[in-house]
Ligand binder design. Structure first.
Ligand code: CA
Ligand code: CA
Length: 157
């Protein structure tokens, strides 16, 4: 389904996390420099729950320097509500990096379920904290350090 690549474990090499269908792990592969090694079980992304993940974004959502994981969730079947106890519309999930490339799901952070497909992450209000689109989520975490750059036009001498 969705995939994103970032240096999750601070070793300078990009790592890979992708989403999966309900009941499956969200695989996490660390880049060892000689290849990718499966660290899913150690990362605790193996127990993500009954959500089918679509898009994924790896970013530092709480400005603690550790890359966190946001997944856009929904069932693959638009009419699954009519056929089982499962739901098509699901809330987003945020997995906080605990500083050692292990993740803890932040419960009830996104209570509004929807047929999510792909997140877009940006600092929409220029406050140094990342928010999420298409349904704007305002990040109200404690501000940490960030820098804002304002590009200016170059002039010829
Ligand atoms: Ca890495
Ligand atoms: Ca973080």
């Amino acid at each position: 389904m969705g995939a994103d690549v970032r240096d999750v474990n601070h070793d300078g090499r990009p790592d890979l996390i992708f989403t999966a269908l309900a009941g499956k792990s969200f695989p996490y592969f660390e880049n060892t420099g000689r290849g990718l090694e499966d660290r899913t079980a150690r990362s605790r992304l193996a127990a993500v729950g009954p959500s089918s993940g679509w898009g994924i974004a790896i970013a530092d959502f709480d400005n603690d320097r550790h890359q966190d994981v946001l997944s856009a969730n929904a069932s693959v079947m638009d009419n699954i509500d009519q056929h089982s106890g499962d739901h098509c519309r699901l809330p987003l999930s945020l997995f906080r990096n605990q500083g050692n490339a292990t993740f803890a799901k932040r419960p009830n952070l996104f209570p509004r379920p929807a047929a999510h497909r792909g997140p877009v992450v940006a600092d929409l209000d220029n406050n140094g904290r990342l928010g999420e689109e298409p349904r704007p989520w305002r990040n109200e975490s404690t501000p940490q350090n960030w820098i804002t750059l304002t590009p200016s036009a170059l002039t010829k001498n």
